[in-house]
Write a protein that binds this ligand. Structure first.
Ligand code: 3IX
Length: 197
């Protein structure tokens, strides 16, 4: 790789990175987070074939989540599609930002697939922020088959990049943005981001 083929940033935090700070108003450990947007493929209830991933706050800046592999999520017959598994990890990692009260998008996501995940499996995911450096948030996730201490099937390392709410307003389609703004819970959440940076 050379020039523009190089990744923007390494997955290991640079010198000067600091430990993440859990926001004082973050949901208590064990609390269900709920969907951040009804139309989200990862967590939204309005997506019939979505992942319907359920995330809970953990201790520190960590999240646990469960995702059940359904027929619509197959790649090979009877096995979860790798991209769908990466999505489940991405969604769980994205939920971590709610504990920091920061809005951030995935900049880089590296996934290791260690074991196939059969249809019907409940994938138990745990994700954690390891460090913060400027707008960059470094995090890791692991997905286990069948139980929180089950065999490891997937792992990920990620860098999320903090953005302003304008990122969504400027880049999203007007129709969906207006619908999201009309959802009282979304407005509350967007406000919370803006008054509690
Ligand atoms: C209106 C109602 C809406 C309400 C919304 C309210 C709340 C929303 C709540 C939650 C929604 C949030 C997420 C959804 C949750 C889960 C879903 C899973 C997450 C995703 O699925 S999300 C979709 C996929 N994701 C993208 O769609 C990103 C596309 N992309 C961009 O939008 C830009 O590319 C961006 C913003 C990433 C950067 O652009 P930029 O211009 O702002 O930043 P800039 O270039 O200045 O870089 C600043 C520092 O970040 C480093 N950096 C930059 N890019 C990097 C990269 N790719 N990898 C590693 N490091 C990177 C630089 O190296 C520099 O580091 P340093 O400061 O050390 O030099």
């Amino acid at each position: 790789m050379s020039g523009t083929d190089q990744p923007r940033t390494r997955l290991t935090p640079p010198e000067g990175a600091t430990p993440p700070v859990r926001h004082p108003d973050a949901p208590a450990p064990g609390e269900l987070l709920g969907a951040h947007y009804d139309g989200c493929f990862g967590c939204g209830t309005g997506q019939p074939h979505g992942l319907h991933l359920e995330a809970r706050a953990g201790d520190g800046v960590s999240i646990t989540a469960e995702f059940t592999v359904k027929a619509a999520h197959q790649g090979a017959p009877g096995l979860a599609h790798g991209g769908v598994l990466a999505t489940a990890l991405d969604e769980t990692l994205g939920s971590l930002n709610w504990l920091l009260r920061v809005i951030a998008v995935t900049g880089r996501l590296e996934t290791d697939f260690l074991a196939p995940v059969p249809l019907g499996t409940v994938l138990h995911i745990e994700a954690r922020v390891t460090a913060v450096h400027g707008r960059k948030i470094y995090s890791t996730a692991v997905g286990r088959i069948g139980a929180p201490d089950g065999p490891v099937a997937v792992r990920a390392q990620a860098v999320f990049v903090e953005v302003k709410v304008d990122h969504f307003i400027d880049n999203g389609r007007t129709e969906e943005i207006q619908a999201a703004m009309a959802d009282p819970d979304q407005v509350k959440r967007a406000r919370a981001f803006e008054v509690n940076p």
